[in-house]
Design a protein around this ligand. Sequence first.
Ligand code: CP
Ligand code: NVA
Length: 303
Amino acid sequence: MNARHLVSLRDLSSEDIHEILEVARHLKLEHRSGVHHTLLAGKTLAMIFQKPSLRTRVSFEAGMEQLGGHAIYLGPGDIKLGERETTEDIALNLSRFCDAIMARVFKHETVVDLAKHSTIPVINGLCDMDHPCQGLADFLTVFEKKRRFEGLTLTFIGDGNNVAHSLIDGCAKLGMNFRIGCPEGYEPNVEVVAAAKKLGASVEILHDPLAAAKKADVLYTDVWISMGQEAEGKSKANAFKGFTIDSKLVAAANKDAVILHCLPAHYGEEITYEASRSPGSAIFDQAENRMHAQKAVLVLLMS
Ligand code: CP
Ligand code: NVA
């Protein structure tokens, strides 16, 4: 892998992404057959969290343990990034103690700043712009279910948010078509869309969820209100009425469509409980794959 950090999937080449996914499949198989890895023995990952997490925290911590290393959780109250100390000084300190930093932050610039000042790899564990680790787990799941990427259509129903951006980036690099069904005013970032189109990718933006779901190979959704947007609450939720993956949207997609959700889910909002448990749903495989995909990233960046 050529990149030194994982800030966004836009920074990775198509070869980098394929390599991560291949290493992830290999590590997953070995883990399942009881192999004990020592690839990161003696190595420490610092995990900075400005926001809550279930999957990111546990999958990174368990992943480090499984590779023979160790992870340190630094919660919102611990280091008070940007308040108690500058991002630069935090990066310089952690670079002296640890071997990599994973950071879940509010602002994209914070991860960029951490990467700029640290002498160790920095991994974006979600920011307002991107969620690259989620995207890698999602593409690992798509490959497990479909055995290919090229020519598949992934439809995202909901907000043009951080998760949607990483999916756009990844689809563009893997030869998949991306389509979003979102309310007007909630389209993905224009620069992210432009970067994907520059690579020759198909990115369709529709405002009709049913039309967007038609003949999709992958039907994906995420919460309507992301962490940090709580103030937008009710008015945002109103705009998203009808943008719910339910039996009607599932029926509009291809018969063997894979249903994905990065979780946490708000059942009855972006997805019905029934759709989340329908035969095509792979949401818990997807959650498990966070760990395998991230283990690959950790090994490739840290060893
Ligand atoms: N999907 C995801 O990142 O989950 P957490 O917010 O629980 O980490
Ligand atoms: N878009 C969501 C993803 C949660 C994993 C958020 O940022 O809160």
